[in-house]
Design a protein around this ligand. Structure first.
Ligand SMILES: Cc1cc2nc3c(=O)[nH]c(=O)nc-3n(C[C@H](O)[C@H](O)[C@H](O)COP(=O)(O)OP(=O)(O)OC[C@H]3O[C@@H](n4cnc5c(N)ncnc54)[C@H](O)[C@@H]3O)c2cc1C
Length: 408
């Protein structure tokens, strides 16, 4: 699958990338993880000290799939807002899901990042979520109420108050606390390196295919004709997981992003708050460790990479215009030094999934689809790792196809 096109920013930020060998022999292991994007990397990290023999394989290089097209906003708020999730799944399940997202970011900051030898440039940020137009004011108000009732640290921002954070203003907005920005490429490399250092066997540039899965385990065929026999397989192939097993709950569309030149003075953007809005599709923006602006959005409902890429230049120009309209002081002073398009998946029901299918026993399919792909990967990988180690987690079944909510 053609996952992305254009000129990506993140790979340029890691000059000395760790590299790993290709598969050159038949192998056996307890768990094989297919895909070394952020979801496979998180899974290898979660299992690295389990005592199990783990193999992680990618057909590209580490983080060279969608994880390099990611814009690295880590938010506990989802594309499906809390009040919408409450309507769809009930209050307890939806609120628990939001807290799981929140806690995943806190754990990344407190436990995971300090253990990595590659610094993923994690910075805790507040998020500013604003009403895109008059019709959306109620949406923002409802969301504020739902978040507040659920116990999140959230602030309602009236029209004129918004200028405390950014030079533009809308009729209603909220500030949420507990989010973060990250360099997704460095994060993925950092997680894989930590797994490798702990003894996980990592392979790159080796495409693999599911050959057989039955009650005894899983047989994977690797490029070159080598076979990998595992007790369990975790398919973390990102959107390409759909090539192994098609999940009906998946929608694949297209999205666009740019990264500008470094800006000398960002003092007009208080605390570099991460910005997003209520319209769908939405614009969103953040800054980088080297003072650039990342802005993304303008999603298209096509999964066709040719149609996606035909619009890349026009989308780049529209994204620049949006930055200039938010920050008039930057007019004429910014260029898109990087711009790209990417395939982007979400689920019909708005929630990430751990796919398990009767026809593919002993296998898990990590579908952390949606705008919170990293946050989802962080906790789905932990749920799968615990499941493999025989630890029952009440949240597991909520992320199954059946969406059964079994509170503790
Ligand atoms: C423009 C854009 C902006 C985004 N912004 C954000 C954001 O701000 N925050 C956020 O959390 N998420 C964001 N996302 C979503 C995020 O990028 C994804 O959720 C996440 O990167 C998916 O990670 P993954 O590991 O599942 O997939 P990938 O990174 O694609 O990794 C899957 C890996 O599997 C490998 N693979 C596939 N098939 C095989 C095979 N047969 N054999 C061997 N290897 C195989 C691939 O080579 C690939 O490296 C964004 C996405 C896009 C496109």
């Amino acid at each position: 699958m053609d996952l992305k096109s254009g000129n990506l920013y993140w790979p340029d930020t890691l000059k000395e990338k760790p590299s790993y060998p290709i598969v050159e022999e038949n192998m056996e292991c307890d768990v094989v993880i297919i895909g070394a994007g952020v979801s496979g990397a998180c899974t290898a990290y979660e299992l690295k000290d389990s005592g199990l023999d783990i193999i992680l394989i990618d057909k590209r290089t580490v983080a060279a799939g969608s994880s390099s097209a990611n814009t690295g906003l880590l938010q506990f708020s989802n594309d499906q807002l809390l009040h919408e999730a409450i309507r769809a799944f009930g209050k307890t399940a939806a609120v628990d899901h939001y807290w799981r997202c929140f806690n995943a970011i806190s754990r990344l900051r407190d436990e995971i990042v300090p253990s990595l030898s590659i610094d993923p440039e994690l910075i805790m940020r507040e998020s500013l979520f604003f009403a895109s137009n008059e019709d959306e004011i109620e949406t923002v108000q409802e969301e504020y109420k739902a978040l507040k009732e659920a116990g999140f640290d959230v602030e309602y921002v009236e029209k004129d108050e918004m200028k405390k954070w950014v030079p533009f203003s809308r009729r209603a907005a909220i500030i949420t606390k507990g989010d973060a920005e990250v360099n997704p490429y460095k994060l993925t490399h950092g997680l894989v390196k930590a797994a490798s250092d702990a003894g996980v066997r990592i392979f790159e540039q080796t495409e693999v295919f599911l050959k057989k899965a039955d009650e005894d385990g899983v047989l994977i065929r690797a490029a070159g004709g080598y076979l990998i026999k595992a007790k369990k397989a975790i398919f973390a192939q990102g959107y390409e997981t759909q090539e192994t097993v098609k999940e009906k709950n998946t929608v694949i569309e297209s999205s666009y992003a740019i990264v500008t030149n470094s800006i000398d003075d960002l003092s007009f953007w208080k605390d570099n708050v991460m910005i997003w809005e209520s319209a769908r599709p939405y614009f969103y923006a953040r800054t980088t460790a080297d003072y650039r602006i990342v802005i993304g959005g303008l999603d298209e409902r096509t999964s066709n990479p040719d149609m996606r890429d035909q619009k890349m230049i026009a989308k780049r120009d529209e994204l620049i215009k949006e930055v200039e309209s938010w920050f008039p002081q930057l007019q004429g002073a910014i260029q898109a030094e990087y711009n790209w398009s990417g395939s982007f998946a979400h689920t019909h029901d708005g929630q990430p999934m751990i796919g398990q299918y009767g026809r593919v026993p002993n296998s898990y399919f990590l579908l952390g689809y949606g705008g919170n792909g990293i946050v989802y990967s962080l906790f789905l990988s932990k749920l799968v790792a615990r499941h493999i180690m025989g630890k029952k987690d009440p949240a597991f079944s909520f992320y199954s196809k059946e969406r059964v909510y079994e509170p503790e």
